[in-house]
Design a protein around this ligand. Structure first.
Ligand SMILES: CC(C)(COP(=O)(O)OP(=O)(O)OC[C@H]1O[C@@H](n2cnc3c(N)ncnc32)[C@H](O)[C@@H]1OP(=O)(O)O)[C@@H](O)C(=O)NCCC(=O)NCCS
Length: 168
């Protein structure tokens, strides 16, 4: 799956593999996410068909921003029956604002819809204004709040959800 973003920026959205994990952990650490670490990503990769784990491989302008590294961003989500739970999405700081996260979400929805998913959910730190804007732009709406869901620092999570439609 290759996405062209503007005239000069392109990325390839591909399935994550074990070889990507060192870079994934590096991006995770640079993104202030609650850390999963190598072992958890590796375990999730072995989870079989329920996990949808994608990377945005850097090309064009994004590649030069990524400073020789191969991966601009990643997304980790998991299906359960007809629901999808988006667990983590992060983009290398130098590669942000090129639409990489949006493409990762769209590609995840395409795969999930083909497997019968009809709704996606996620939690986001209430203070994470940037991520909330990203999710709103992808159609997510806030449907609830989990008090004190996050630790270090302690914070509420907003629960967001969107209908996932099968593309025609
Ligand atoms: C949130 C994150 C994944 C967005 O990645 P990205 O590739 O830069 O996102 P996109 O380029 O697809 O942006 C999509 C929309 O999100 C919003 N957005 C993204 N970055 C923004 C910023 N710095 N300020 C305001 N809005 C922003 C905008 O509405 C943007 O659309 P626009 O560029 O057309 O205005 C990235 O900032 C990141 O990795 N943050 C740290 C990790 C994190 O918080 N992950 C989410 C919680 S799990």
């Amino acid at each position: 799956m290759v996405s062209v973003i503007g005239a000069a920026v392109s990325i390839a959205i591909e399935r994550m593999s074990e070889h990507d994990l060192l870079e994934i952990v590096e991006i995770e650490e640079a993104s202030g996410l609650s850390p999963w670490g190598w072992d958890s990503y590796h375990k999730e990769l072995s989870a079989g068909n329920e996990a949808i784990m994608l990377v945005a491989r850097a090309a064009g302008v994004v590649k030069s921003r990524a400073d020789g590294r191969r991966i601009a961003g990643f997304i980790v989500s998991r299906m359960a029956a007809d629901e999808l739970h988006v667990n983590n999405v992060a983009v290398r700081p130098d590669c942000r604002r090129f639409g990489v996260a949006t493409r990762l979400l769209e590609a995840t929805f395409t795969i999930a819809a083909a497997k019968g998913v009809s709704r996606a959910f996620l939690e986001v730190r209430a203070s994470n204004r940037v991520a909330r804007k990203l999710y709103q732009g992808c159609g997510f709406r806030t449907i609830g709040r989990r008090r004190g869901y996050y630790r270090a620092p302690s914070e509420d999570a907003l629960i967001m959800s969107v209908l996932v439609k099968r593309s025609a």
